[in-house]
Ligand binder design. Sequence first.
Ligand code: AMP
Ligand code: MG
Length: 479
Amino acid sequence: MTLDNLKYKTAYLSLDSEFYDMTDPIPLDDPYLISFNPNAAKLIDLDSSSKDDPRFVALLNGTFIPKGTRPFSMCYAGHQFGNYAPRLGDGRAINLGSINGWNLQTKGSGETRYARTADGRAAMRSSIREYLMSEAMHHLGIPTTRALGIIGSQTKIIRNQIENAAIVMRLSPSWVRFGTFEYFYYFKEYDKLRSLADYTITESYTHLQDDEDRYYKFFCEVVDRTAKLIAQWQGLGFCHGVMNTDNMSIAGLTIDYGPYAMLDDFEYGFVCNQTDKAGRYSYGDQPNVSYWNLTMLSKALSPLIDKERMQKKLDDYGNFLYPDAYIDVMREKLGLEMKLDEDVELITDLVGTLQDAYIDYTFFFRTLSRYDGDRMPLFDIAMNPVPVDGWLNMYDKRLSKEVHTQDERQKAMLKTNPKYVLKNYMLQEAIDLAQKGDFSMVETLLHIAAHPFDELPECERFAGETPEEHKNVCLSCSS
Ligand code: AMP
Ligand code: MG
């Protein structure tokens, strides 16, 4: 398909007008293409030659509004750092409609009705970060939104300094957030709450559509998906940074990439967001915060679903859904095929070991993936090898109970433990160059993002531990 014959659906607009506001994008000045993502283009059957069509930049910039689209922004609320904000919404994002179940949205397209006092724009820096990381997460097997492309401009915006604005086009199976439900709950608009639940079931839980107990089952599946998602984040070493309920996807996806980080040296309490002084969204607390966020969702759904049934499901999250999901993720990372009770201790001990060893999280697992009994490669990458030595005694014992061969284990682990993840220092290098008009590193990182498990000789310098001066840096959430 070319940009002309894409067929858009606008199912969200069949909801009551309170759910959204019809909003025209406000174009940026002198827009230019920074990057086009051919993998995301395939999702909507868009020809990759569209990259060279000037209307692609115009589509992102809002000066080409294709037939069948009706631009709108969505309302939502949310608990931000624990405090309820009754009116948030897409302050800078504009939805065009959906293609093949992917809802297209431009972020940074100017003020909307929900912008409050903000400018409706997005900095090039944070747009590049979202564009690249969403792609990386997808190829690492983590449910996420995607991004089709990104444009830059000469439009100036004020953040910590004066910066250039950009627009990223994001794609998602759903843009509904926990906070969308909270919006209608707190305004006591229970009919609309029900319409939203029906819409969400149709969009993201279609198999429940005709089920008599669909609202309860829908809630249960949101809890299941969230438990699995967060277990995957923890296993990968991903810190989201702003897990407000408006940034929690009802479809169990990673959404709204802000001051996120991949762990460098393992640090359980690592906080990647400078604004988060209390460490509410630290790496180690992500599973607990998700539980809290799910509790807020259950409150918002209480006019539709029996509270006690939901509480039982929430208890399950803490008792076994999340812990089991996490142990499964870690078993895979450790190359363990059998499920033994003792694995819980092995994994718990590993967390303490990594904390004490001062060791790069991603590099540790990649190095462990080639473990053949020789401990030196692992000792070499730890600032403190003593705890690693102790833990390897446990690991050796555990491996001896496995039936698969060392070779099989290594192969499986190399497909599970990435060689490349996008660390903040890599992204910063790409951003620094992009700000000088050189987008080559954005392309390099897009390539790395799509091949996290491969050997990429030309990218070898990004494979090891994070350079000392860039380790565990906390980022501003201004975007
Ligand atoms: P975020 O922290 O990016 O998830 O945003 C939280 C809320 O603030 C959402 O409702 C956003 O739409 C809104 N927001 C953030 N930055 C801007 C901006 N520059 N202009 C308008 N709204 C914004
Ligand atoms: Mg957000």
